[in-house]
Design a protein around this ligand. Sequence first.
Ligand SMILES: [Zn+2]
Length: 343
Amino acid sequence: MTKLLPTSTAGSLPKPGWIAEPEKLWSPWKLEGAELAEGKQDALRVTLAEQQLAGIDIVSDGEQTRQHFVTTFIEHLDGVDFEKRETVRIRNRYDASVPTVVGAVSRETPVFVEDAKFLRSLTDGPIKWALPGPMTMIDTLYDAHYRSREKLAWEFAKILNQEARELEAAGVDIIQFDEPAFNVFFEEVNDWGIATLERAVEGLKCETAVHICYGYGIKANTDWKKTLGSEWRQYEETFPKLQASNIDMVSLECQNSHVPMELIELLRGKKVMVGAIDVATDTIETPEEVAATLRKALRFVDADKLYPCTNCGMTPLARSVARGKLEALSAGAAIVRQELSAA
Ligand SMILES: [Zn+2]
């Protein structure tokens, strides 16, 4: 992008109330069949318009066609039985009933490619598409087949690469992999997490990103955050390895978090999507607050590599709150952009 400080969101945005119950994570669909298919496209049009009206530079589908950022992708794969469920601990944090891997996993048909083509047809601007990362995918399943987290991650990486290549061909400019699990399983990140992520982006010519955060503003996550102390140094484990990887961009959480800003220095040379919007509160940031966060980040990332962003997805927020936060993000970025051009 030639524009300085291009804004974007980390991923999901609220869905209209006519397609799914609002202000609820993983809310089930209210429509079905052909009505649902049409409703998803309409929701995508709405979320795109809201981003454009708010002045967001790199737009997305706001994950309007997915119920869950991980399982909606897995539902489309072979080898996973959604009827056969086991309770597992997600990211060492909370128990959930999850589907079982019962055989070799494969992707028989594209998952999001038609949705991406639809978004591409609606705008000439840069678009970003989010996919779950291999490690976060395996952490959301019970594996009765491979019985090895690493083996299953490599299989998912291959599948993600197939999907990513088709998203690129559909005109997606940035493909982002969501890896909140990178903030939890440091040994695995080191052993095979980064390697499987690099497998997922193999051969791509579009830009690639990884999003690592402290999760949605749900209770299990806010409780976990309270145990992390006054300084969150989780990124310190992974950033040096990401800096040495062939991933182009890193999306991270900054606003209202206890992440020391200087950890961004560990990514020097990479593009950094700086989370300047807190998704765990209904309080809308002022443009000046956003600008202050971006100014702090600028001490550790070159201006041409700073991408103002949200901390995480905003799907559980009220639509008016999300709109206000998008506008604040744009206005805050505009303040700093002007300062940089005046300097
Ligand atoms: Zn996130």
